[in-house]
Design a protein around this ligand. Structure first.
Ligand code: ADP
Length: 161
């Protein structure tokens, strides 16, 4: 059984993340969406909220589980017996960082194989931060996030009623 860990801050989960998780779920037996507790960025949602929003977003996919974590990603991968680390690559922006992190992770956990999925064309320019910026300026984010995520953003005062 191949378990794949898809880690990130997911603040909040977007359709771009869901696309990667869905595609990965067809390839591997089990996907764990790992939500890192304290990423080096200003967060909109608490860890509990990010876990709840992601859990609801993938509830229809039976082999995807959402779990929070607060240790380094490779150690969490070991803890959950993941053999694969899944990441998404958007245009050139993500490449250098993923390459750097991938090399470091390989040193720390050589058996963990990195599998990068190319972002789908419609989500190439979608990031949680850009989406929040669009929402805060009153833009329509209906095609970028699930309904319950748009609602959670409105409840935070991000986006129009
Ligand atoms: P991080 O804080 O590690 O950058 P994110 O929550 O922003 O985590 O994203 C998690 C993973 O999902 C990363 O590999 C990121 O490149 C990928 N990702 C984010 N947005 C998209 C998207 N629109 N399409 C494909 N992959 C994406």
């Amino acid at each position: 059984m191949i378990i794949a860990l898809y880690p990130g801050s997911f603040d909040p989960i977007t359709n771009g993340h869901i696309d990667i998780a869905t595609r990965a779920s067809k390839l591997f037996d089990k996907i764990i969406i790992g939500i890192f507790s304290t990423p080096d960025k200003r967060l909109t949602f608490s860890l509990e909220e990010r876990v709840d929003l992601a859990t609801r977003a993938v509830a229809h996919l039976s082999n995807i589980e959402v779990m929070p974590y607060d240790i380094i990603t490779v150690d969490f991968a070991r803890q959950v017996n993941a053999q694969v680390l899944v990441r998404g690559l958007r245009m050139s922006a993500d490449y250098e960082r993923e390459f750097e992190m991938g090399m470091l992770n390989r040193k720390l956990y050589p058996e963990l194989e990195l599998v990068c999925f190319m972002a789908s064309q419609e989500y190439q320019f979608l990031s949680s931060s850009l989406m929040k910026e669009v929402a805060s300026l009153g833009g329509n984010i209906d095609s970028l996030v699930p309904k319950h995520v748009a609602e959670a953003l409105r409840n935070k005062g991000v986006g129009k009623e």
